[in-house]
Structure formats: structure tokens, C-alpha cells
Design a protein around this ligand. Structure first.
Ligand code: PHE
Ligand code: ZN
Length: 880
């Protein structure tokens, strides 16, 4: 088979300082839907240690004029070929002026300058991370070239009443022929990837904000008129994020304005452009009638994430794209801290760890595995991954845990002090954190360089005669592509010991003088190590890796009784949940092997007892009652049959529902349903979460009754959380009431794209062989289009990545349909095609029939002519 990807990779070790940098850029942009003209004036600085000619990046630009130091250049004095403009005769201090034409309406990639919405009503906007700026003008498009921006926008006033760019407003006015202009100056030097503009008919809501250090800021959220009322929650979340960053990190906002814009046409979640954040509407708009509780929390988290980037990403940016996790991992961590502070810390931790296991662990275990700081890449857009983001955040968390709260803050202060205004590396980050605390953190660099999830093996032995408990920890990481050998990593293990009554024991670790307290962090930094605890009077149960203190897979031979004890008694909400997950895994394995199961009984008994305890937080209870997902179960198997996994997971839940009993479920459902409303406080959200879970369990043991209740809940729901929960039960069960509810929903939300996405998604998640026909029918719905990323994801992303038993059909038709659509999508939007293609990750571990079908589909996709570098890199890597 031929190699699909012919482009050569870029290596971290080849990093060189830029030959040329740009001190200032003046952009004058004449905006139009079909064509836009961009004039740029660059003041150049040459790197004294280099004599290389001036080379600027530029993709798909129609060059209209070019001059150097005031003289138009002769055609022989420059060359523009294969994305590079080379110019002769530039010196330090030279001024290069260019004028180019670009075509926003024809741009379906949603990178560079593009049109969101229709030609008549839509607006223009830009997306430059990672390498979009070169689609707008010629520039050294790399994150270590920091430049001061002056941007002047000109456009027809009628069609583009609102003109925005990053930085502070610096004047506006009228022009002849109904045109107008607006200028923005950004005082903070920034790389091209943080440039942004927006132009069109937009409404706004705003609020004045005074920073802790007395700065006056106007916060403005912009959207199309019909949804402007859905922006208030985001504005609140923005204000809360700003306060939090002042209090937690002493970081103030640094411009006079902070603009946020919502668009329905966006490849990712949102973008932290300096002073002009742009959001996928899905993560900005929220209202009770069309957003679920989870979506409200996601809006809050993404608003915070983008805001926090102002310091971790913008003020201190990345030297090169290998350092992406320097800003992303750190900013995810900061967002997780903020969300933990604003809501429930243990629920947030559960949610984040579940996400890590569902998305990052499979990535780390398959052909797409790469380190948090990759050593090479071909297409940078393929590296915005769960590994860089979520595992990256776990690494920061481990280090923060090592330093303690005050130590981490000291380290962050030093990091900002040293690197404000710079493009930094992960080494810089670790040095600052370490230096501020006189600790050498360099051993943690290995975590950034090594792919794969370490397996932490734990074995406990109790010596009754000596009253000693010995814990032997060892680690092993399996080979990943390109990394056959693995090194030992420092693994912090937070632990407690419980006696058999469920009481925490004081810890006396041998060799640790100040040993006291009931919780402790020990660090495994070799292949294997023994830790001896003294004065332990009876055989204890170890609660290990509390709070998920390291991103590893824990292997420990717990008995079902030991896990049930932790599930019942562990005071730490996260580890209580974790014990339940481990116990459910044991239960699942024993079902898998087909024999009678103590683990299943222990799991059901413990949960049934907790179900009766009214003191427990209903949201935590809902999570405890949810076993690991199908993807997590599949991750543990060497030969995966997704249909069988689905069936066994259902069996497991069925046993649980049976054990709790129809009467108890019904009683709880009714209690939780009394005077339903849509208040957003934690307690109300928690009740809704448990209500959904109870309804789902009830549907397993008394479908008729559960479906009748769901239909009623659908009709009388005060908001989207209850409505979608009910619809989900009806649709996934293919209940007789499902079609009426679906028809109603389709009509009710015909003009609400975010709500309609959910209508596509619930149906795409119907388990088993029924899914394919549903997908094919939904594709023909007039509202379906591959051009809109949210819509494409709502159908094909949901099908391929969240519905294993539906997608992985034994006949391979799921694979054929997806690869067909990927090829079509690739012609429109390569980034989205590449991302959806990652659904094939893990195909090598499928049972033989499916594996064969997946290989055929992937190979035929790989052999198509003209695939984008994005999609061919993913397909090529997945096939390896
Ligand atoms: N930097 C954005 C974020 O995580 C993500 C993003 C990457 C958006 C590339 C668009 C393009 O906050
Ligand atoms: Zn980010």
C-alpha cells in the first residue's frame, strides 16, 4: 500500500530562532463578502546572527502590489511559490508593503477570513490559530514573532455596521459612498495567530468592569440579533472568571475593551484572540428552553478558559507549536480549578477524569498516541488533541500538587514575571515553578516527552506480627508508535488507609519523621518501590491515587468487598466514585466471562444501600449509579466486540435496577419530579441529574411505565434538561412515544440550530444495527448539511465517536458510510474531516470481522485522490 502522506514532518529539535521578525504591522482591510483587499505595512527586524533572505508565509493570496522601502518591486525581486513569499534586498528596519485579495465567501475551511451564515445576513470573521493568518496577509506566521498591531477596517456601513478587531479602539468615521472605517491599536505585541476581526450586523450586551488594579474595562458580547438574549449567562461567567483570575492568580485584564462574538460556523470550541474572543455559539449561548444544565456548565467553562488564556497563552505565548500544551494544558487546568471553585469540586473531578478516560486514554493506547509535547508533526491542526489539552492539564495538576497551593502560586508569579511578553517553552515553565520553590522539576519533563498511559501496579501485604502494611508500587508503560522504550516517571500517589469498618487510619510511613494525618502523597520515581506503614493494627484497605493524583491506570487486586467498602465509606467524593467504577469493571469482567459474579452483587448491594441514604448529594449519587462507558470497557479488552459490550453493560445496569427495585425507583422518580422548575442552582441541577438517571434505570426494568413517565416529562418539562432527558430515553429505547416527541421537537426548534443539533444527536445514538438507517434518513433532512461543523458533528460525530454499537456494525456499513462522508467533508473543511476520522482509532483491536471491514474502508479512503494533508495524516497514522 502506498504511503498516503507525502509531506515531510517538522521536528522539535530543528527549532531555529526566526531570521526576521516584525516590529509593527499596519493593516488596512477593505472588507467585502466576495473579495476583501488587505494592505499591510511591516517594519522588519533582521536577526543579526542570520543572513537568510526575507521569507514570509502566505497561502492562497492574490498579490496585487508589493513594495520595499517605498519602491514598487520588480517581478524579479520577489518570488511567491508554495506558500512562501521570498523578497530580495530587505535590511534591518526595512518596510515591506503588500496588497492582496482574498475571497471570504468561497472559504469553506473556516480558517483565515470567512463568512458565517448567508451572503445576505451573515457576517465576516477570522480564525488564525494555528496558521490562519497566512491566509489573510504575508507574514512570518509562527508564534515566536511578536508584533504590535494597528488595524483599520473599511466597509459598507449598511452591510457591515459593526467593525471589530483586537486591541483598543482608536477612532472611526465616515467614508464616501456609504462606507465607514474603524481603527484598533493593540499595545501588547502578539503573534499572528491571535489576530482577529469581525464585521457585520451584530447586536451586543455590555457591562462595565473595574479590575482589581483599577482598570476600567468594557465587556461586550456580540451575536446575531435573534439570540442576543441568550448571552447574559456568558457575560456573568466572564465577569466571574475575571474576578477569579484576580483572586487566584493576581492577574488583571489589560485592555480597555473585551469583546466576545458568537458564531454558528466554527471548527473548535472557541478562540482566545487578544481582546476579541470568538466563540462557537454552542459554548456561548444559553437559555433554559434550549440548553441543558451540562451545556450551561460548558459555557461557563469555555468562557473561563478563553479568558484565562489572556495570561496563559497571550501575555505569555508559545515559542513554537510543539509547546502547545504550555498554553492549553495550563489553561485547561486553570479552568478546572475555577469550575471546581464555582460548583462542586468532586463532581468536576469526576467529570474531568471520565472525559480523560473516554477520550485521552484511547488516544494514548492506539496508533495516534503522541506525547503531550510531540517531537514531530505534519499538520499542526491535528495536534489539538485530548493528549495536549486534557493530559496536559493532568501534568500541571501533578506538579501543582507537588508544590502545594502557595508554592504553585509563587511559581506562577515567577513564570509571569520572567516571561511576560515572551514566547516560552515547557522548560521555561518548569524552571520558573521549580526555581520559585527551590525544587528541581526536571524529572517531570519526561511526562511531557513520553506517550502512553503508565500502568501503576499496586500490591499490599499485611504483616500481623509486626503490625506493618507494605505497599509495593511498580510502573510500566507499553510501547507506542515511534517509542519502543519507556522510562520510569515520577508518579505521585495520594493515599489513605481504611480499617474494615471504613475508618481512616493515621499514617506512619517508615522513614518519614513528620508522618501524621490520614492522607499522604508518596512518589514512585523508579520502576518499583516499597513503602512500609507502621503501627497498622489490622489489615487495611488502601484508597490509592485519591483525587486521581496521576494520569495512570491503576492495577490493584482489590476484592469486591474492599471496593464496596471504599464505595460506601470513602469521604472523598471522587475516590468513592472511583471505587464504584473499579467495582463495576470487576462486575463487567465477570459477566464477560459468563459466570456468577460476587463483584456484580457487591456493586449492586452497595449502590442499593446508598440509594436509600438521603444525605448523599443527588448529583454524586447519579454518577455513582452510572457504570463506566462502553469506550472505557472496550479499552480493557484485547479483542473488542462493541455490540457485545453494549449488551453486557445493559445487563449490568439491569441488575442494578432490579436490585434497587421498581418501587424504590418509582418513588424516587416521583419525589424528584415534584414541582419541577428550571432553576440553575447546584441543588436543582443535582435533582435533575438524578431524576434522569433514575428514569433510565427504571426503563430497564419497567419499560412501559418508564416510557409513559418519559412522555409526560417530555410534555411538561420546564426546560431543556428534563426535555432532552425524556426524549433520550424514548428515542434510545425506540419507545412507541418516540416518534411524536421527535416530530414535536423538530418543529419546535426548527429555527434553533443548537437545539436542532441535539435532535440529530439523540437519534444518532440509538444503539445497535438500527442506527445506520436512522443516520441515512437524517442525512436527507433539509436541515442537515456537512458545511456546518456543529451539524456534521451532531450526526456523524455522535454516530462514529459516541455510539460504538451503532457504528461498528459487523457488516462494515457504518465504516463505509463514514469514509464516504469524510471524503466529501474533506473537500469542504479538512480540519473537521480529520477530526471525525479519529473515530477509527482502536480499529486494530476490533474482533476479526469488524477489523477486516474497517481496514477495507480505511484503505479505500487512503487511496482516494486529492485528500487534504489533514485527513491523510490521520488516516495514514490510524492505518499503521
Ligand atoms: N486555542 C483554542 C482554545 O483552546 C482552540 C482553537 C484552536 C480554536 C485552533 C481554533 C483553532 O482555546
Ligand atoms: Zn485553549
Amino acid at each position: 500500500m502506498t504511503l498516503v502522506n507525502e509531506t515531510s514532518p517538522i521536528h522539535l529539535r530543528d527549532y531555529r530562532r526566526p531570521d526576521w521578525s516584525v516590529e509593527t504591522i499596519e493593516l488596512e482591510i477593505d472588507l467585502g463578502i466576495d473579495t476583501t483587499e488587505v494592505s499591510s505595512r511591516l517594519t522588519l527586524r533582521s536577526n543579526p546572527s542570520s543572513s537568510a533572505p526575507l521569507r514570509l508565509d502566505g497561502e492562497g493570496l492574490e498579490l496585487l502590489a508589493i513594495s520595499l522601502d517605498g519602491s514598487a518591486l520588480d517581478v524579479h525581486a520577489y518570488r511567491y511559490d508554495k506558500g512562501v513569499l521570498e523578497v530580495d534586498g530587505a535590511r534591518d528596519g526595512s518596510v515591506l508593503e503588500t496588497r492582496v485579495r482574498v475571497r471570504p465567501a468561497a472559504n469553506t475551511t473556516l480558517e483565515g477570513l470567512y463568512l458565517s451564515g448567508s451572503r445576505e445576513h451573515g457576517f465576516l470573521l477570522t480564525q488564525c490559530e494555528a496558521e490562519g493568518f497566512r491566509h489573510i496577509t504575508f507574514f512570518p506566521d509562527r508564534p515566536d514573532v511578536l508584533t504590535r498591531y494597528t488595524v483599520t477596517l473599511r466597509a459598507d456601513r449598511e452591510r457591515f455596521p459593526v467593525l471589530l478587531a483586537g486591541g483598543n479602539p482608536a477612532g472611526n468615521g465616515e467614508l464616501p459612498d456609504g462606507r465607514h472605517w474603524a481603527r484598533f491599536i493593540d499595545p501588547h505585541p502578539k503573534p499572528g495567530y491571535l489576530f482577529a476581526l469581525v464585521a457585520g450586523r451584530l447586536e451586543n450586551i455590555q457591562r462595565d468592569y473595574v479590575t482589581a488594579d483599577g482598570g476600567k474595562v468594557k465587556l461586550v458580547i456580540w451575536s446575531e440579533a435573534n439570540v442576543i438574549d441568550c448571552c447574559h449567562y456568558a457575560l456573568d461567567a466572564l465577569e466571574r472568571s475575571m474576578r477569579w483570575d484576580e483572586q487566584a492568580y493576581g492577574r488583571n485584564y489589560d485592555l480597555d475593551v473585551f469583546h466576545v462574538v458568537a458564531t454558528h460556523d466554527f471548527n473548535m470550541g472557541a478562540m482566545e484572540n487578544k481582546g476579541l474572543n470568538i466563540f462557537n455559539a454552542k459554548y456561548l449561548l444559553a437559555d433554559p428552553d434550549s440548553s441543558t444544565d451540562e451545556e450551561y456548565r460548558a459555557v461557563e467553562a469555555v468562557v473561563a478558559h478563553e479568558y484565562f488564556h489572556n495570561w496563559t497563552g497571550n501575555r505569555v505565548t508559545c515559542r513554537d507549536w510543539f509547546q502547545l500544551s504550555l498554553k492549553e494544558g495550563l489553561t485547561v487546568f486553570r479552568e478546572q480549578q475555577f469550575s471546581a471553585d464555582s460548583n462542586s469540586a468532586s463532581l468536576k473531578r469526576i467529570e474531568d477524569v471520565a472525559l480523560l478516560r473516554r477520550t485521552q486514554f484511547p488516544e494514548d493506547a492506539g496508533p495516534l498516541a503522541h506525547p503531550v509535547r510531540p517531537a514531530e508533526y505534519r499538520e499542526i491542526n491535528n495536534f489539538y488533541t485530548a493528549t495536549v489539552y486534557e493530559k496536559g492539564s493532568e501534568l500541571v495538576r501533578m506538579i501543582a500538587g507537588r508544590l502545594g497551593q502557595d508554592g504553585f502560586r509563587r511559581g506562577m508569579d515567577l513564570y509571569f514575571e520572567r516571561h511576560d511578553g515572551q514566547a516560552a517553552t515547557i522548560e521555561d515553565f518548569l524552571s520558573a515553578l521549580g526555581d520559585a520553590n527551590r525544587i528541581d522539576l526536571s524529572p517531570y519533563l519526561a511526562w511531557y516527552a513520553q506517550a502512553g498511559t503508565p500502568r501503576l501496579h499496586a500490591k499490599g501485604e499485611y504483616d500481623a506480627a509486626r503490625c506493618e502494611y507494605t505497599l509495593t508500587l511498580s510502573q510500566q508503560t507499553r510501547p507506542t508508535p515511534g517509542q519502543p522504550e519507556k522510562v520510569s516517571l515520577p508518579i505521585p500517589v495520594k493515599l489513605s488507609l481504611f480499617d474494615r469498618q471504613g475508618t481512616m487510619l493515621p499514617l506512619h510511613l517508615d522513614g518519614d519523621e513528620q508522618a501524621d494525618g490520614t492522607e499522604k502523597v508518596i512518589v514512585l520515581d523508579k520502576g518499583s518501590q516499597r513503602f512500609v506503614f507502621k503501627h497498622v493494627l489490622a489489615p487495611p484497605v488502601a484508597s490509592l491515587l485519591r483525587g486521581f493524583s496521576a494520569p495512570v491506570v491503576l492495577e490493584c487486586d482489590y476484592s469486591p468487598e474492599e471496593l464496596a467498602l471504599l464505595l460506601t465509606h470513602d469521604a472523598d467524593g471522587f475516590n468513592r466514585w472511583e471505587a464504584g467504577q473499579q467495582l463495576a469493571m470487576l462486575a463487567f469482567d465477570s459477566l464477560h466471562e459468563g459466570h456468577h459474579s460476587d463483584a456484580c452483587k457487591a456493586w449492586c448491594d452497595a449502590l442499593a444501600a446508598l440509594f436509600e441514604q438521603h444525605a448523599i448529594d443527588p448529583a454524586l449519587l447519579a454518577d455513582l449509579l452510572t457504570p463506566p462507558g462502553e469506550i472505557e470497557f472496550a479499552d480493557r479488552q484485547s479483542e473488542v466486540d462493541p455490540g457485545r459490550i453494549h449488551a453486557q453493560r445493559q445487563t449490568l445496569q439491569h441488575r442494578l435496577a432490579e436490585r434497587i427495585g421498581i418501587d424504590a425507583l418509582l418513588a424516587r422518580y416521583h419525589a424528584l419530579s415534584a414541582n419541577a422548575h428550571q432553576h440553575l442552582d447546584n441543588a436543582s441541577q443535582a435533582r435533575r441529574r438524578l431524576k434522569r438517571r433514575v428514569l433510565e434505570l427504571l426503563a430497564l426494568v419497567d419499560a412501559g411505565q418508564a416510557h409513559a413517565l418519559a412522555a409526560k416529562q417530555y410534555e411538561s418539562a420546564p426546560g431543556m434538561t428534563d426535555r432532552l432527558a425524556a426524549l433520550g430515553v424514548l428515542v434510545r429505547d425506540r419507545a412507541p412515544q418516540a416518534s411524536d416527541a421527535l416530530a414535536h421537537f423538530r418543529q419546535r426548534y426548527a429555527n434553533n440550530p443548537l437545539a436542532l443539533d441535539k435532535w440529530f444527536t439523540v437519534q444518532a445514538q440509538v444503539p445497535g444495527d438500527a442506527a445506520l438507517a436512522i443516520i441515512k434518513q437524517l442525512e436527507n433532512d433539509p436541515a442537515f448539511t456537512l458545511k456546518n461543523p456543529n451539524r456534521a458533528r451532531s450526526l456523524f460525530g455522535a454516530f462514529a465517536s459516541t455510539n460504538p454499537s451503532g457504528f461498528h456494525r459487523a457488516d462494515g456499513e457504518g465504516y463505509q458510510l463514514l469514509t464516504e462522508r469524510l471524503a466529501q467533508l474533506d473537500a469542504l473543511n479538512p480540519q473537521i474531516a480529520a477530526r471525525l476520522a479519529t473515530a477509527f482509532n482502536g480499529w486494530q483491536r476490533l474482533e476479526p470481522l469488524r477489523r477486516h471491514a474497517a481496514r477495507l474502508a480505511l484503505e479505500s479512503l487512503a487511496q482516494r485522490e486529492g485528500l487534504s494533508p489533514n485527513l491523510s495524516e490521520i488516516v495514514g497514522n490510524v492505518l499503521q
